[in-house]
Structures are given as C-alpha cells and as structure tokens.
Design a protein around this ligand. Structure first.
Ligand SMILES: *[C@@H]1O[C@H](CO)[C@@H](O)[C@H](O)[C@H]1NC(C)=O
Ligand SMILES: [Fe+2]
Length: 470
C-alpha cells in the first residue's frame, strides 16, 4: 500500500508550530492553490482541455443566483471526477446518530431544565471506532431536508478512518477536538486540528480523519441551513474578535492511489456508501471561496466592559450562521477563555437570566472550580432560569473588585441558539452521566429589611407593606 502526497508550496502561508501543514489565510477570500505549477487554468475555468488530462469539477455552496457576498463555489481540477464510483448502498441507521429533532420523533425528548454531562467514555481499545462511527448526537432542532436547524454531536474515536471518507450533504460541520489532534485530509488539502482549534467542513466536501495522538474526543456542531460567517462588528470597527486573517485554509494536496475506498454520505439523515477504486483526494489544483478552514481560538481578541456592567456574550462570537428569519441567527459559536475582568461597581458573576436561547457549554480544557470537566457539556434550555448559587451571590456582592484574570488556563466553546433543542436517547440514557440541576433556594434578604423599608415608606408618605398570610 504505497501512496505519496504531493502538496503545493505557496508564498502567503502560515506554518504554526506542531502542525506539519501549510495554509492560505483569510476568511471568505477567493482562494487558489495548485500542487503542480500551471495546473490551474488562467483567465477561464473550463478550458477545452486541462493540463495533464485533469478533469474539471465544479461545486457550489449556494444557489447560482445568490448575491455576491453569499455566492459560494469551488472549481476542482482532479485526476478522476467524483462521478467515478460504484453503486450507492443504503446503510442501516447509526444507533447513536440522530437527524430528526421534531417532537413527533419518539427518539427525541424535551427537557425543561439545566443538564450537565460528564465526559462520555472512549470506546474500549478492543473496538476500532473511527471519527464517523464515533459520532453520537446529543440534541438538535429541525431536520435537514427543510434546510433549517442544527445538531450537536460529540465524537469518541480511537481509530483512523483509513480508506474511508465522509461527505455530509446535510450540514456544515464545525469540529472542535477536546483531546487528541485530528489529521484531516480533504479534497482541498490537509489540516492538522488540535484541541483549542476549530475546523469547519462545509456541506458536500469529502474528508477523512486520522488520529496522530491516539484516541480523540470532541464536539461537532452541524448546521442544516446556512453557512458559518464572521459576525458583523458594528461599533467595534474593522478589527477585533476573530480577525479574518487568522483563519487557515488548506493548500492543494493530492495522492495517486488506486486502492479500494469507501465514501460514506449523509443525506436527509440517512446514511449511504459508495465504493471506488481510487482515492477521493486527488485534486491537483483548485480555486474558489467554498472551502474548509480552521481557526486557533487563542487568537480571539476579547472585547468587554472597561468601566462597569456586563456586555452581552455576543462579543465572544467566533462564527455565526443565519436562520431564515431576518436578523435572527440559527446558531452562534462563542469562545470563552482566559481574559481580564476589570469592571468596577459590578456584580461580576453572570447575573440571573432566562433567555431566548438554548445555551450549551462544551469544555475543552481547564478546571473551572471543579464544576465542569474537560470533555463534559452543560446545557440550559430556552427560558430556563439559571445563574450563580446562593453562596457565589453572597460572596460577589461584597467582594473587593480588582482587575482579575478570569477563566484562567481554561477554554470552552459556547453554542447559543434561539431554537428549542430536543435531546436524543443517547444523551439522556447512554452518554454516561447526565445530571439535572439541583433545586436551589435563596434567602429573601428583601423581607429581612421590612422594618427599614416601612420606615422609609412612611417617611415618604406611602402605605406600609404587610406580609400576606393564610
Ligand atoms: C427568540 O426570538 C426570536 C425573535 O423574536 C424568535 O424568532 C424566536 O422564536 C425566539 N426564540 C424562542 C426560543 O422563543
Ligand atoms: Fe446563560
């Protein structure tokens, strides 16, 4: 089994340490890359004949007539077209993967409260579970054929995909490893993705994953509708939060192999496979703006209050995706890590809230006071009341406020969606430990102040307050 990788070299590239690959940088650019000089046609996309007999294949990520800023495409010049494959075979449903989150599906459940999961265990070393076989769905909204909705999965893998590739026609996948790097080969080239980085593979792009560090666990946010975008910056101006130049896009890289490969497809929540006698990763040159990419979250530039009060957590947004309703996101992916808190005269912990949002925290590293563990998940469903414990509240209203490093040495991603999520059987029964929040009771300090309040009311000429009793 001999195979060789031929990669492009380019001048405008980043080469982060610990990552053997080079990248082009930018977000939403029209990128171009060729692994053999001169293989990308100049001045046109479809010459009568391509150099070295390459086949031309186009790919769109938006309707042809989408306005320019949303118009997404790629042109690939490859050894064989993707069309060269054997018959599609329908595969049985994966027991732990779910795509239909409508409440009429008996396999999904609504939970009214806060939920917390311990890190789900890795498969035992006697089972070989690759990235795709190890995908398990926690919850989601909608379903993929209506092209609106999302799914949150975790993956637990201990084996390389070898000669298997995956192609998701249902949704873009934002992947965040929590343990172990992912060595990802795509039609556009290769990416090494480590914990602390996120990667996006958009709909219809083939990829395969190997595990250079052994077992890997992480989170996958799949969106069925739109694509991820950078949030608008409004009054922040032209820079800050996730800067476009910090996104990394692979360089063309191809192999010549005529081995047996299987490509797995997910379409409308159903799984199919098709065999082929050659690698799907045979693209010699490509150009376009519909591409896979990655981003190292420690590059995020935090924006926050430098006087008093909290700024809404939307300032932590790395990527956002639009819903079909104007002005309403389908989902926003936030990064939460070490930063300064300098707000004075401010209740510094999160204030008590009930939001038009399902909020999900996925923990990548760090301890966070022992309450959360890397690999775990915490979820607050829409309008579910939450906030600090009575003890934290008591301490926070008297603490001396100094500039403080917070979330020290830790990193999490937060997923915020204004959609109602239903949870899977896997999440509620098989993921290991799921715990509902413990009931809390808070001292009503206001009532202890009744005499003082009544004296003030009386002095101001108002009627006194009386406690009701039965
Ligand atoms: C949140 O607000 C938007 C806009 O008002 C609305 O479309 C959406 O349904 C709301 N979400 C929830 C969970 O109520
Ligand atoms: Fe919250």
């Amino acid at each position: 089994m001999q195979s060789h990788t031929y990669s492009a070299t380019a001048s405008f590239v980043s080469a982060p340490s610990g990552d053997p690959y080079k990248y082009q940088v930018g977000f939403g650019n029209r990128f171009a890359s060729e692994a053999i000089p001169g293989t990308l046609p100049q001045g046109q996309n479809h010459p009568q004949k391509n150099k070295y007999g390459l086949y031309m294949e186009g790919m769109t990520g938006s309707p042809f007539v989408a306005p320019r800023p949303q118009n997404l495409h790629a042109f690939l010049y490859r050894i064989r077209p993707s069309l060269d494959h054997k018959k599609f075979i329908r595969l049985p449903d994966s027991p732990d993967m779910e795509s239909n989150f409508l409440p009429i599906n008996p396999k999904v459940h609504i939970s009214p409260t806060q939920l917390k999961w311990a890190p789900p265990p890795f498969p035992s070393s006697s089972d070989e579970v690759d990235f795709i076989a190890g995908l398990k769905t926690i919850g989601g909204n909608g379903e993929p054929t209506a092209r609106e909705g999302l799914a949150l999965h975790i993956y637990l893998a201990n084996a390389d995909m070898k000669n298997k590739a995956f192609c998701n026609s249902d949704g873009d996948m934002l992947v965040v490893p929590q343990q172990g790097r992912l060595d990802v080969q795509t039609e556009f080239g290769r990416m090494m993705v480590r914990p602390g980085e996120l990667m996006v593979i958009q709909k219809g792009m083939k990829f395969t994953v190997s595990l250079p560090d052994g077992p890997s666990r992480g989170y996958v946010q799949e969106i069925f509708g739109s694509h991820f975008e950078l949030p608008d910056l409004g009054p922040i101006g032209g820079h800050g939060m996730a800067n476009p130049r910090d996104f990394e896009v692979p360089l063309a890289s191809f192999e010549i192999d005529e081995m047996h490969w299987e490509v797995f497809y997910k379409i409308g929540g159903q799984l199919f496979s098709a065999a082929q006698d050659h690698t799907p990763f045979d693209v010699v040159a490509w150009q376009g703006n519909y591409v896979p990419y990655k981003y190292a979250m420690e590059k995020f530039i935090f924006v926050g209050s430098v006087s008093k009060d909290h700024i809404d957590p939307s300032v932590f947004t790395v990527l956002t995706a639009k819903s079909k309703a104007t002005g309403i996101p389908l989902v926003e992916v936030l990064t939460v890590s070490e930063r300064w808190n300098v707000a004075s005269d401010t209740f510094r912990p999160p204030y008590y809230h009930r939001n038009n949002a399902t909020e999900i925290l996925c923990f990548i590293s760090g301890e966070r006071g022992g309450r959360y563990v890397p690999g775990g998940i915490a979820l607050q469903t829409v309008f579910c009341p939450h906030g600090p414990s009575p003890e934290v509240h008591k301490a926070a209203i008297v603490e001396e406020l100094k500039p403080e490093r917070i979330s020290k040495g830790s990193m999490a991603i937060a997923i915020e969606t204004p959609m109602i999520l239903s949870m899977t059987d896997y999440a509620m029964n098989r993921a290991g430990t799921v715990v509902e929040s413990e009931p809390l009771s808070f001292p009503p300090d206001f009532i202890a102040h009744l005499d003082e309040i009544n004296a003030d009311l009386k002095a101001a000429g108002y009627e006194e307050l009386k406690k009701k009793s039965d």
